[in-house]
Write a protein that binds this ligand. Structure first.
Ligand code: 5GP
Length: 198
């Protein structure tokens, strides 16, 4: 896709800091956008429809999925999550870079459709750090936390199919490392477009 924006995926176990890292990345690049996913999960306190997620009924979600409206979608912790295709394609066509903060199942679906997508797997320095972060978040019930921890080993099984792994220890280091990855990716020959009149 020469001349197009880069499609960047950030995945990793729940609680590894994806949301914070993505928020920081958005502020660092002038034309980087965060895709807003759709989900059948109910909103948490403070979450805003259209900004945090597009909150949908299962029926609405399945209808959109049936119409091919998602770039990818997957069942996670008993709910459905998906990336609406239209907005992402429009942003990429405008030359904007787009970050998807999605799970490993979705990540591999995207890689299949867009081999040039950049897949970054984020992990905490240790399992105990992950457990601490999840417990400290206070946004999920103990039952929700349990479901998320059970899923961690499955998620880690996908790690080697990603392009990059970044350990999220100190936020600034993590963001800098991802910035370096993206700068290198931007220089890939297949992304190069000869300047007009060269
Ligand atoms: P949460 O319910 O905590 O907001 O998100 C749960 C998981 O769903 C996270 O791992 C998050 O990355 C993933 N997720 C969020 N949006 C999407 C999406 O559009 N597609 C997929 N496959 N996963 C998503």
């Amino acid at each position: 896709m020469p001349g197009q924006g880069m499609l960047i995926l950030i995945s990793g176990p729940s609680g590894c800091g994806k949301g914070t890292v993505c928020g920081r990345l958005i502020g660092q690049f002038p034309v980087m956008r965060l895709s807003v996913s759709a989900t059948t999960r109910p909103p948490r306190t403070g979450e805003v429809h259209g900004r945090s997620y597009y909150f949908m009924t299962r029926e609405e979600f399945e209808k959109l999925a049936g119409e091919g409206g998602f770039l990818e979608w997957a069942p996670i912790y008993g709910n459905l999550y998906g990336t609406p295709a239209g907005p992402v394609m429009e942003m990429l066509d405008r030359g904007e870079d787009v970050i998807l903060e999605i799970d490993v199942q979705g990540g591999l679906q995207v890689k299949e459709r867009f081999p040039e997508a950049i897949l970054i797997f984020l992990i905490t320095p240790s399992r105990s750090a992950l457990e601490e972060r999840l417990a400290g978040r206070a946004t999920e019930s103990p039952e929700e936390i349990r479901k998320r921890l059970i899923w961690v080993d499955t998620e880690l099984g996908f790690l080697t199919r990603y392009d990059y792994v970044v350990i999220n220890n100190h936020l600034d280091d993590t963001v800098n490392r991802i910035k370096c990855i993206l700068e290198a990716e931007r220089s890939r020959a297949y992304r190069f477009k000869m300047p007009e009149g060269w």
